[in-house]
Design a protein. Structure first.
Length: 137
């Protein structure tokens, strides 16, 4: 893994949260995106080398909707960048980490992603992500 790529924050209302984060960070978001496979709308903010991803459910059965129902708004996941997601998945799986995906899938912000179950990562949902242009699909 190379670095923390972003921190994902689950929100009930993306418009309100975006306004709040624009004020808090003093910047405009650089991207808004709908990720159909996860039933989520996202907004990304970039601060130097750090990113914040706000996530709003577009379906009551989406992972974000279930997270908010169970835990409320807040930090949903920490994403780590890798330049070889397949190798990283294999390495972590061999160490006993429980992957939630058998293979990487398309995620937000031009990334391939794979999630690691919180039960095998100290209670934190971990996302591995690789920029699509670097991916060997």
């Amino acid at each position: 893994m190379q670095k923390i790529e972003h921190i994902g924050i689950a929100v009930k209302n993306l418009k309100e949260a975006t306004s709040r984060y624009k004020q808090l960070l003093g910047i405009e978001p650089y991207k808004t995106e709908w990720v159909e496979s996860e039933s989520v709308r996202t907004v990304f903010f970039q601060l130097d080398h750090s990113k914040i991803e706000l996530l709003e459910a577009t379906d009551n059965q989406s992972p974000i909707a279930r997270f908010i129902e169970k835990k409320g708004e807040g930090i949903h996941h920490i994403a780590y960048a890798t330049d070889d997601i397949l190798s990283e998945m294999k390495r972590l799986s061999s160490l006993g980490f429980r992957l939630l995906n058998d293979k990487p899938k398309a995620g937000a912000d031009n990334k391939l992603v794979c999630f690691i179950h919180p039960a095998s990562a100290g209670g934190i949902l971990i996302e591995l992500c690789q920029h699509v242009e670097e991916a060997s699909q």
